[in-house]
Design a protein around this ligand. Structure first.
Ligand code: NAD
Length: 246
């Protein structure tokens, strides 16, 4: 028995082999789910889905594009009959405080990290409401739990995801649809690759647990929130950060 037997899941930003979205897709498929991987990096996304096998497929989806969301969700329902899980994982990193973030950069980060999450929830919510069940997992960040002067736009977008999660959880709770946010600390993925360049100090040294996290560890938490094992958890914010925000 898999933890996600019979469920249909859509994951954004799932193209990159060592990214969190791809790790979630691999674990979901192992646990019995049918998984639709989406991203803006088509070649990588197709390769990742093909390596997972017949339970996985890839579709292009720029999370800032409302029409693309409608099309991918409609196709998922048509092909698989339902949609049980949405993982809003796609995101971009941006460094800069207020003094060195341009309005264009700020809007781009908010458009992908925040508006993309809104559009995703908006696209799946009517189907999950009508089904009477569903689990939406929004990937925020430790930067959505505290301030950081070096990453202003990123902090703004990730705090927004935390708040939107709670508002959506309250709105959708009467329909049996759960919405939770996950707040990773430093996780070793393509996004954080510069932290691991040769000659740089060990990034794990500044973390209370003395190590960074791995995408497989985040995938375990997301799988739990996607599964019926977390049936009474909604509106929660869960840190997975080696105690960095404690
Ligand atoms: P990653 O860069 O490896 O993966 C992000 C994916 O999002 C990429 O495949 C990219 O192509 C995709 N993407 C970017 N813009 C997109 C768009 N407009 N539409 C669709 N897809 C788009 O990063 P990751 O570390 O796997 O990050 C996953 C999530 O975790 C992100 O939301 C990130 O902000 C968050 N996060 C990461 C860390 C970390 O340390 N890596 C820490 C906290 C939170």
């Amino acid at each position: 028995m898999g933890r996600l037997d019979g469920k249909v899941a859509l994951i954004t930003g799932a193209a990159l082999d060592r990214g969190q979205g791809a790790c979630e897709a691999r674990l979901f498929a192992r646990e019995g789910a049918t998984v639709v991987l989406t991203d803006v990096q088509r070649d990588a996304g197709r390769a990742t889905a093909a390596a997972i096998g017949e339970r996985a497929s890839y579709r292009d989806l720029d999370v800032t594009d409302a029409a693309a969301w409608s099309a991918v969700v409609a196709e998922t329902i048509e092909r698989h009959g339902r949609i049980d899980v949405l993982v809003n994982n796609a995101g971009v990193w941006h460094t800069g405080g207020i003094l060195d973030t341009t309005p264009e950069d700020y809007r781009r980060v908010v458009e992908i990290n925040q508006t993309g999450v809104f559009l995703g929830m908006r696209a799946v919510a009517p189907f999950m409401r009508d089904q009477g069940s569903g689990s939406i997992v929004n990937i925020s960040s430790a930067a959505g739990l505290r301030g950081d002067p070096a990453i202003h736009a990123y902090v703004a977008s990730k705090w927004a995801v935390r708040g939107m999660t709670k508002a959506a959880a309250l709105e959708l709770a009467p329909f049996g649809v759960r919405v939770n946010s996950v707040h990773p600390g430093l996780i070793q993925t393509p996004m954080s690759a510069t932290e691991f360049e040769p000659g740089k100090p060990d990034p794990g040294a500044r973390i209370p647990m003395r190590r960074v996290g791995q995408p497989e560890e985040v995938a375990e938490l997301v799988c739990f929130l996607a599964s019926d094992a977390s049936a009474y958890i909604t509106g929660a914010e869960i840190a997975i950060d080696g105690a960095v925000t404690v």
